[in-house]
Each structure stands twice: as structure tokens, then as C-alpha cells.
Design a protein around this ligand. Structure first.
Ligand SMILES: [Mn+2]
Length: 498
């Protein structure tokens, strides 16, 4: 089962040998970040075998860290709690991500009941879906302490991650907003730069749901209520980062993952509800029109993203449980904590991608691609130019539009083996015939794109070529030993240690 709050997650991680408590004083400015970076790139706690879908980098992640003595703050800071396959598995309460992918698939392909008897059989499942919805409760630990006039965000152990960052940044807070028209709640995970004891800059990209909600408030010239939530159910930070459609609630998804709805309490100073089990909640209002200069910030691209104008968030209260833990994370060159959140998404959302692009058997977003720069796709090729159709479809599937490079391979290739994929490129690719370059929208963070948010992307067809694909000569077979000989040798030669 996933954990109901951060403190039970942290204490279980410690019991499993997945967390180190650090009592030595650490500076939240750069020092904590450098320790976390080194730890996230070291062997995973307990040296577990890597998953089959990540044979090389799946062995990394180090320990989660709980810094009990952060300079300038009374609160301990937790980092790297999601930073390995094992800890992601614990946080989501699953044996492996495939198990969750299976549950997503079952939800996406509901069998439509035809007879009355079928309808009755379906009732418990529908009731179960309803039980995943968030529930309002009267009180929560997140409001054991309420501070309004004396609220000071600098009392939290907020870190500065990289040397040229513009300041200290909140990095693992769920940003709770609501659409003023439909009332639909949204939870996103965006950074916030501390400006003063009672204000931050709100960083969100134009296509984020939080930004969309803010635009609606801005048109009405009303301030937007916003709550920054730390901790709570261990599925929440993952759900906040998952690429859900705009109207699918992250809270419902978190409830689905943990098999139980998230309990919500009313905020003290704004009209919003937040998870009752959270450690810390920052309440406030985002100004409809006023902006402040935000950034630069060392980003998950491995480069700084440049500064720009973003809305200002004015804090009205900070509420927290007694003795809260402040959770944080850093981003930079992979692998870091966010790599495992991304890999969970890659696996859990495969059934959804397959509904949009049924040709896809499997895919891999390799580590060096920092999430979506590069995508390896495996298809069962049945007609000419199918690889190109798949590229176009992937570029049309939500955030996959940001893929700068798509490599398509045949069904016998292991897309999780980078050497094998690149071998197929070398063997099957004629650059002029098998490459496509198209223009389109790009990630705002892609500094190599000629314009902000637009640029070009490339597809490489590394499948075997068939008639209708510009092959004039005969295409040879790939070297593969017969199954008969392989089985025989595996059995007979084992005793010789070969
Ligand atoms: Mn959303």
C-alpha cells in the first residue's frame, strides 16, 4: 500500500534501509544540493537488480536523505525519497510499474455491460471508481499549526540548487488551483522562487494547467487562490507530475493509485481544499496581472533556463503539522530523482500511448534524452512507411510532441538496450531515404530550438525496408541462430560452464 503521509513513508524507508538520517549541519545554499546530486548518481541502496526495462541505469539512486540540521531552519529536509526504482515502487505501493500499467489498461478498456446481470456485476467496480474520488473532511494534521501574520517562507529549509540560480526555490510542492468556470481542481508540480517572507514567483509554462487556470482568473481581473502543498499521500507528488489530460484530476489519479480517495480539508485563508495529511501548506493569492522577474534556474535539461516575467504569489498563511518535514528535490543532468518519476510514467502510460498509437509494442525514453529529447519505439511492421506513420502519431500524442528524435525499430529489437537500437540504426538506415525532419512545437526549455517553443524534430526509420519504401536491391536477413540449437546449447553446454 502507498503511504498516507510523508512521515510514515520516511520512517518505512528508514526501516527498509532506503534512507539515511544526516545529523551534521548542511547549508541549504548549494551544499545540500551537491550531496543529493552525488547520492542520486551512486548505486541504489541495497544494490537491487535493475528492472528489465532499464538494465544499465536501473541500478542507481543511492539512498533517500533526511537532513535533520539545515542551517537557518528548525525543520528537517527530505530529498531523493523518490530517487530509485525501489523507492518509487514503495511510494506507489506496487510490485512493479507493469502492475500499475495493467490497472490503467483495465480502466481504459472497460467492458460495456450488455445484459442486466452484467450490469449488476459491474456495480462493485463503479462503486470502486467512486471510492477513488477525494473526500472532504473537517480537520487535518496539516492545520495543527496555523500562521498568518507571522508566516515566513524563509523559515522553511528551501534550497538553492545551482550556482547561477536566481535564489532559493521550492521544488517538490504540489501547486493546487481550481478552474474558476468548471471548478475542476488541478495539481501541478512547478517551481516557485522565494522573493520575500510572504511572496514567491510562480513559474509555469504556458501549456501547464495551472497557467491555464491563471489566464482565466486574469481575464476576470481576480486574484487566483493557490496552495502549495508539501507531503501528504506518497502517490501525490507522482500524480502531480503525470501527463494527465487537462480535465482528469490528479487527485482522482492519486486516489486510483492508492485505491482510496485523498482526504481534503478547507484552507484557512483561501477558497480551496488541500490534502489533510500534508506536512506543510502555503496558502495565498496569485496576482491576476502583476509579474516579477523569475530565474535563471538550473533545469532538468542539464542547462539553466533563462529568466522571464512570471506572476507573483502573495502568501496569506502557512499551516503545518507539529514537527513537519520539508520535502525537496533537485533537477539537473540525469539521473536524478525526477528520472524515476519519468520512468514510472513511461511504463504506467504505455497502455494509454498504445490506445493513441496501436502500432507501438514498446518504447523507451533513454536517460541521456532527459525525458523527451529522444524516443526509441518498437513496432510490428506490416506495411510500407508504417514507421513514418508512427513518428507522426507520436508527435501528435500530448507531450510526446516534444521528442526531438524518434528512432523506430522492428519487433525483435530490445528498445531498452541502447547499443542494440543504435546497432539497428547503423545497419538499416540510409540517411537520405530513412530520415524525416519536420517543424513543430518544442519544449519551452529547449534552448537549442531556434525560437522559444518551436523548432524541428527528426525521425529515423531503422526498421528493415520492404517494397514501397524505396528499396531497389534485395534486403538480407538478420543473423539469428535457430531456436532448436539455442535450446540444445543452453542445456548441453551448461555443465561445461559455457
Ligand atoms: Mn492537470
Amino acid at each position: 500500500m502507498p503511504y498516507p503521509d510523508l512521515q510514515s513513508f520516511v520512517s518505512d524507508l528508514q526501516q527498509c534501509g532506503q534512507l539515511k538520517r544526516v545529523t551534521a549541519e548542511v547549508d541549504p545554499i548549494l551544499e545540500l544540493s551537491e550531496v543529493a546530486d552525488r547520492v542520486s548518481k551512486s548505486p541504489a541502496a541495497g544494490n537491487p537488480p535493475p528492472p528489465a526495462t532499464d538494465p544499465v541505469h536501473g541500478t542507481l539512486g543511492g539512498h533517500a536523505l533526511l537532513f535533520e540540521n539545515v542551517k537557518g531552519s528548525e525543520l528537517p529536509a527530505a530529498i531523493n525519497t523518490y530517487g530509485s526504482y525501489e523507492r518509487m515502487r514503495l511510494a506507489l505501493g506496487c510490485e512493479d510499474f507493469e502492475e500499475l500499467a495493467g490497472r490503467v489498461q483495465a480502466m481504459l478498456k472497460p467492458e460495456i455491460p450488455t445484459t442486466l446481470m452484467d450490469k449488476f456485476r459491474k456495480l462493485p467496480e463503479l462503486a470502486k471508481m467512486a471510492s477513488f474520488s477525494p473526500k472532504s473532511v473537517r480537520s487535518g494534521i496539516c492545520q495543527q499549526v496555523v500562521r498568518t501574520d507571522d508566516a515566513d517562507v524563509f523559515e522553511l529549509p528551501v534550497i538553492q540548487c545551482w550556482p547561477h540560480d536566481a535564489g532559493r526555490y521550492i521544488t517538490l510542492g504540489g501547486m493546487y488551483t481550481r478552474c474558476p468556470e468548471s471548478g475542476v481542481r488541478n495539481v501541478g508540480m512547478y517551481r516557485a522562487q522565494l522573493l520575500s517572507p510572504k511572496s514567491t514567483a510562480m513559474h509555469w509554462h504556458m501549456h501547464h494547467d495551472g497557467a491555464r487556470n491563471h489566464r482565466k482568473y486574469a481575464r476576470r481581473r481576480e486574484p487566483m487562490p493557490l496552495a502549495i502543498v508539501f507531503g501528504g499521500e506518497s502517490t501525490l507528488p507522482y500524480a502531480a507530475t503525470a501527463p494527465l489530460p487537462p480535465d482528469l484530476s490528479e487527485l482522482l489519479f492519486a486516489g486510483f493509485l492508492q485505491g482510496k480517495g485523498v482526504d481534503l480539508v478547507r484552507c484557512k485563508t483561501i477558497d480551496l481544499e488541500v490534502p489533510a495529511n500534508a506536512e506543510i501548506v502555503i496558502e495565498g493569492l496569485v496576482h491576476p496581472t502583476e509579474t516579477v522577474f523569475e530565474g535563471p534556474f538550473g533545469d532538468h535539461t542539464g542547462y539553466y533556463s533563462l529568466g522571464d516575467q512570471y506572476p507573483r504569489f502573495d502568501i496569506t498563511a502557512i499551516t503545518h503539522r507539529r514537527d513537519p518535514i520539508y520535502p525537496t528535490t533537485i533537477v539537473g543532468k540525469p539521473p536524478q530523482e525526477d528520472y524515476y518519476l519519468g520512468k514510472a510514467t513511461e511504463r504506467i502510460f504505455l497502455p494509454l500511448l498504445q490506445i493513441l498509437v496501436p502500432d507501438v509494442i514498446d518504447y523507451n525514453l533513454p536517460m541521456f534524452g532527459a525525458f523527451h529529447n529522444c524516443c526509441f519505439v518498437k513496432i510490428r511492421k506490416e506495411y510500407p512507411m508504417q514507421a513514418r506513420k508512427v513518428m507522426s502519431a507520436i508527435w501528435g500524442a500530448g507531450q510526446m510532441m516534444f521528442c526531438k528524435l524518434i528512432i523506430v525499430v522492428d519487433e525483435q529489437v530490445n528498445v531498452h538496450d541502447e547499443q542494440e537500437v543504435l546497432f539497428q540504426v547503423g545497419a538499416n538506415w540510409d540517411p537520405r531515404r530513412d530520415t524525416v525532419v519536420v517543424d513543430g512545437p518544442m519544449d519551452i526549455l529547449d534552448h537549442a530550438a531556434p525560437y522559444l517553443g518551436t523548432g524541428s524534430k527528426m525521425g529515423i526509420d531503422a526498421t528493415r525496408k520492404i517494397g514501397g519504401e524505396g528499396v531497389i536491391r534485395e534486403w538480407p536477413d538478420e543473423l539469428v541462430m535457430t531456436e532448436e540449437i539455442r535450446t540444445l546449447v543452453a542445456r548441453r553446454w551448461q555443465e561445461y560452464g559455457l
